[in-house]
Design a protein around this ligand. Structure first.
Ligand SMILES: NC(=O)C1=CN([C@@H]2O[C@H](COP(=O)(O)OP(=O)(O)OC[C@H]3O[C@@H](n4cnc5c(N)ncnc54)[C@H](OP(=O)(O)O)[C@@H]3O)[C@@H](O)[C@H]2O)C=CC1
Ligand SMILES: O=C1O[C@H](CO)[C@@H](O)[C@@H]1O
Length: 320
């Protein structure tokens, strides 16, 4: 049977805009950051049309260089691609400034989606080796996160909402990331705009079924990060995933990506390896039973692979 490639599948957001089902993640390890440019070029040439980035990844300028060359070479036009960036908690009260900075880094006039990166407010601490001179993960002397206790995490989304409703030309849609159900419930009570997207860690080891059900019911598209279990891709070697791959005569990486796409969830695997980038576009026609089997892996003992030290200060975040 013929199937589309992952790169040919799109989902419709709650504002009517279309978002590609597969994107390239760019939260590269520090030493790999300069490789982001060739990774983006390889991905776009392989058919990817979504690039997932953030101010906090320190790679927006490399993406900007790749896009400039791709535009000049006539490979794509700006309107052919979907770019997402994010507002980090150091900028919780300065979303406007963060967006301008990201656009400048990326060398584009607009992004397709801006996400609040985490529902947290950090104090801004200057640091010579920080990003733009700002400490990305400020901590107290005892190592605990330097949270602005007077700040309200929802203020960041409210700033995005105000700009969105005022038709700010710098972005086309707004959303959140790392929002648990309780936080979304509060947002839906206090805000007019329903986030288009909630980007969270999601894979068979962390199926988050309650969150998936909630977002689906409220027309919030889920976007899965760390689909392979982050650096080293441990999930690609998992035996239960391997069993499903064998059944479909496919590869484990493609089972892990199709697991999301089959459920209407956007997925953004990261890679700087052109071979892996190309191999990640094959769709596997998983059945409902396959999805159930895969969910079963993490239901009893869910596992996060991106456990950030500051995430513990989000009440309810650790509850699966
Ligand atoms: N909103 C948020 O808070 C977060 C968002 N994200 C987003 O999600 C993206 C993806 O998540 P991330 O945690 O980076 O990690 P992933 O789960 O995507 O795993 C990345 C690892 O998988 C490897 N890999 C990629 N393709 C293959 C393949 N076909 N076979 C074997 N190994 C492969 C990569 O190595 P190689 O380069 O050698 O291919 C890399 O080591 C991020 O880059 C970022 O854009 C991530 C974390 C948090
Ligand atoms: O998006 C993200 O990626 C990282 C690692 O850089 C994580 O801290 C953050 O939420």
């Amino acid at each position: 049977m013929l199937h589309p490639k992952n790169t040919e599948i799109y989902f419709t957001l709650n504002n009517g805009n279309r978002m590609p089902a597969l994107g390239l993640g760019t939260a590269n390890e520090v030493e790999q950051i300069p490789e982001t440019k060739q990774a983006v070029k390889a991905a776009i040439k392989a058919g990817y049309r979504l690039i997932d980035t953030a101010w906090a990844y320190r790679c927006e300028q490399h993406i900007g260089e790749a896009l400039k060359e791709l535009f000049e070479e006539g490979v794509i036009k700006r309107e052919d691609i979907f770019i997402t960036t994010k507002v980090w908690p150091t900028h919780w009260d300065k979303a406007d400034e963060s967006i301008s900075r990201s656009l400048e880094n990326l060398g584009v006039d607009y992004v397709d989606l801006v996400l609040q990166h985490w529902p947290l407010c950090f104090n801004r601490v200057e640091s010579a080796d920080g990003i733009d001179g700002i400490d990305r993960n400020p901590t107290h002397e005892d190592g605990s996160p330097n949270i602005n206790e007077a700040g309200d995490y929802l203020d960041t989304f409210k700033q995005l909402e105000r700009m969105y409703l005022a038709k700010d030309p710098r972005f086309k849609a707004i959303g959140v990331s790392n929002y648990p159900v309780e936080y979304l419930q509060r947002l839906l009570k206090e805000c007019k705009v329903v986030p288009a997207v909630n980007q969270v860690e999601l894979h068979p080891f962390l199926p988050q079924l309650e969150l998936v059900e909630f977002c689906t019911a409220h027309h919030i598209v889920l976007e899965a990060f760390s689909p392979f279990g982050a650096t080293g891709a441990p999930l690609v070697k998992d035996s239960a995933v391997e069993a499903i791959a064998q059944k479909h005569a496919g590869d484990t990486n493609n089972v892990l990506l199709s697991y999301h796409i089959r459920q209407g969830i956007v997925v953004v695997p990261r890679s700087v390896n052109p071979k892996n980038i190309v191999s990640n576009i094959e769709f596997v026609p998983l059945t409902k039973d396959d999805i159930k089997t895969l969910n079963h892996i993490g239901l009893a003992d869910p596992k996060r692979f991106r456990d950030e030290p500051f995430a513990g200060s989000i009440p309810g975040f650790g509850e699966k």
